[in-house]
Design a protein around this ligand. Structure first.
Ligand code: GLA
Length: 399
């Protein structure tokens, strides 16, 4: 669904449910990541960008002290009083927002009741960070609605914290940062330890990026993700005990990891080997992008996939198939799984003009193998969370 339609539908649903036009419309984007996977919580760098797929929020403050959440796409709702104790409930979608709200209350910020309807065109469970968009869009919206004075960085960190405490995923900061700090036509390199970031034009010249959705929903994401995080942290502790000057993964070389393969044990060794390699690859990828060396960039993306699949073990049969099949195409320079893994999408760097045929061939092979039709997403790189100021009421919404 296009952005304009998404806004219209969300606003008119609000009008139906609450018998009035929403006072504001906000948009929070999903993200892609060019390279730098599973290193945001491992002292690394990442290279993400916000995309033109959004969660749309239609909202008005009310003076009743009540909070009304309406999840249009799920035909579900959750109502409570602002003065109620806020804790996780059995509706996962609501928890992402409740986790944000509870932190705002803990900070002692002055809130009022409000009515909100949200709807999304970010495919769920596809690795495009719909949950970060929900957390961050919600935080961004409340910040504007009640003039809370939060910085963009605080909004991203609150979103991440909500994911940890109310959704149970000990995620890094990449997704929330991308949803808030995204910039049209730019990727950004984020130092996940300092949160310093710099933007780089997302100009792939005669190449472009597209996503293939395996349609495999990442059901093992929560446990698998938290396990990987723990295994990598355990590995780092062992390596720190061997090299006193090492404080973070960033201080390690592959040779140092190799030297302690035995003490690490097979699993922790492979996790750490991947992390140290991936941190280096992101830096090389940024240089390659700056030099417009897309062959190199594609090659690095593919190396990332091998590491994610064989060492970090977060891929799955279907995504491995999509990547292998993509790499058999001469017009594809690089392919890899994207995001948390265990399903979701692959990201591919393809020669412009060749995409259609290439996609047809990969889709056909995938369908034959798994009897699933993959979805293809061509994404545009967009701005981060924003109020949609052109909104003039449901009937005339649009750009
Ligand atoms: C998920 C997490 C991110 C990041 C990626 C993997 O999307 O939310 O923090 O760790 O997985 O790179």
């Amino acid at each position: 669904m296009k952005k304009k339609k998404l806004i219209e539908n969300t606003a008119s649903h609000f009008a139906q449910v609450f018998n009035a036009q929403p006072a504001h419309i906000f948009l929070a984007p999903g993200r892609i990541n060019i390279i730098g996977e599973h290193v945001d919580y491992n002292d690394g760098y990442v290279l993400p960008a916000a995309i033109n797929k959004y969660i749309c929020f239609a909202v008005s403050a009310n003076d009743s002290g009540e909070v009304n959440f309406v999840a249009k796409d799920l035909s579900d709702a959750h109502h409570f009083r602002l003065s109620d104790e806020i804790k996780p409930i059995d509706k996962m979608w609501a928890n992402y927002m409740l986790g944000v709200l509870s932190q705002l209350k803990e900070k002692g910020l002055r809130l009022q009741g409000f009515d909100v309807v949200f709807s999304s065109n970010i495919p769920m469970g596809a690795g495009l960070s719909s949950s970060a968009a929900l957390e961050c869009g919600f935080g961004y919206m409340l910040n504007k609605l009640f003039s809370l004075g939060l910085s963009k960085k605080e909004i991203a960190l609150i979103g991440q914290q909500s994911e940890h405490t109310f959704a149970g995923v000990n995620c890094g900061i990449m997704d929330q940062f991308a949803s808030v700090f995204g910039k049209k036509d730019h990727v950004f390199k984020l130092d996940c330890n300092t949160l310093e970031h710099d933007y780089h034009p997302a100009d792939f010249t005669e190449y472009s990026v597209f996503l293939l959705d395996s349609k495999v929903k990442h059901t093992h994401l929560t446990s698998g993700y938290n396990d990987r995080r723990r295994e990598a942290a355990e590995g780092l502790d062992i390596l720190k005990s061997k090299f006193p000057q090492v404080k973070t993964f960033r201080d390690l070389t592959v040779a140092q990891v190799d030297a302690h393969q035995e003490e690490l044990g097979d699993v922790r060794y492979r996790r750490c080997h991947f992390v140290v390699g991936e941190i280096g690859r992101v830096l090389e990828a940024v240089e390659a992008l700056e030099r417009s060396d897309f062959k190199k960039l594609g090659n690095l993306m593919t190396q990332t996939h091998h590491g994610l699949s064989k060492e970090y073990e977060v891929s799955c049969e279907e995504i491995d198939f999509l990547v292998d099949r993509a790499l058999a195409e001469k017009d594809i320079l690089g392919s890899r799984m994207m995001g948390g893994g265990f399903g979701g999408c692959s990201i591919n760097l393809v020669k412009k003009g060749a995409k259609k045929e290439v996609v047809n061939r990969i889709s056909e092979a995938y369908q034959k193998q798994f009897d699933i039709e993959p979805a293809v997403y061509k994404v545009k790189i967009s701005d981060g969370c924003k109020e949609y100021k052109k909104f003039k009421g449901a009937a005339t919404a649009g750009e």
